[in-house]
Write a protein that binds this ligand. Structure first.
Ligand SMILES: *Cc1c(COP(=O)(O)O)cnc(C)c1O
Length: 230
């Protein structure tokens, strides 16, 4: 089942690229394996997947230790300061940096481990009460501050668009994200070269790609529904 789902997602990505005149190599598929067991991740690896997304630091660290194949781990969930140590050194990219305080704490841990951590800034593009992330109007200032941190490399922006059954409803938000990225790029801030746009999930990734996503995060569409025990 996972193999077929991966193939279908890749085909949908291909078609969305064709519709929007983009090259398929511009888009990375991240398989969101949160709550799912190691065996399912191994099945996805067998189907060719090498990028995996997790939202809980310890769960990511544990899976990374147990999985024999070296894959790329993406931290996509909200991060508490005391959990950063599980992520820095494990994740290839932290998508969910939603405050300067968190960025500073990641800088500190990366310095301690003598490495440079790639990060994205999470944007609350629809200004939802329930969501984490920077407001659009605060992003440029945050980028200028984060650019000063020697152990962080700011690679782009990420958003979790509103939950909807109709992907078209999120098109305007994806457009806004692209505009925001282009706007920041145009400011030529020292030490910043951002080109990643992480947006689009199972219900809306094709629209996100049409509007410029370079990373899509698909969970349900690859691994099936998640069952939360609490
Ligand atoms: C769970 C999750 C996803 C994947 O969601 P699906 O709708 O199952 O594809 C993507 N991004 C983030 C940040 C998530 O927490």
């Amino acid at each position: 089942m996972i193999k077929e789902n991966v193939a279908e997602a890749l085909q949908n990505i291909q078609r969305a690229c064709e519709r929007s005149g983009r090259d398929v190599s511009e888009v990375t598929l991240i398989a969101v394996s949160k709550t799912k067991p190691l065996e399912m991740i191994q099945e996805a690896v067998a189907a060719g997947m090498l990028e995996f997304g997790e939202n809980k630091p310890q769960e990511m660290r544990d899976k990374a230790k147990l999985l024999e194949t070296p894959v790329h781990w993406h931290m996509i969930g909200s991060l508490q300061t005391n959990k950063i140590k599980y992520v820095v050194g494990t994740a290839c990219l932290i998508h969910s940096v939603d405050s300067l305080t968190l960025a500073a704490a990641i800088e500190k841990e990366a310095a301690k481990k003598e490495l440079v951590m790639d990060i994205l800034l999470e944007i609350n593009i629809a200004k939802e009460e329930s969501k984490h992330g920077f407001m659009e109007e605060d992003v440029t200032e945050a980028v200028r501050e984060i650019a000063k941190f020697p152990h962080l490399r700011l690679k782009g922006l990420m958003t979790v668009a509103p939950y909807t059954e109709n992907a078209e409803e999120n098109r305007t938000y994806f457009k806004k994200m692209k505009e925001l990225l282009v706007d920041i790029q145009s400011k030529n801030i020292d030490n910043v070269s951002m080109d990643i746009l992480s947006m689009g999930m199972t219900s809306d990734y094709e629209v996100a790609i049409e509007e410029g996503a370079t990373m899509v995060r698909i969970g349900t569409g690859i691994f099936g529904e998640r069952i939360y025990t609490r």
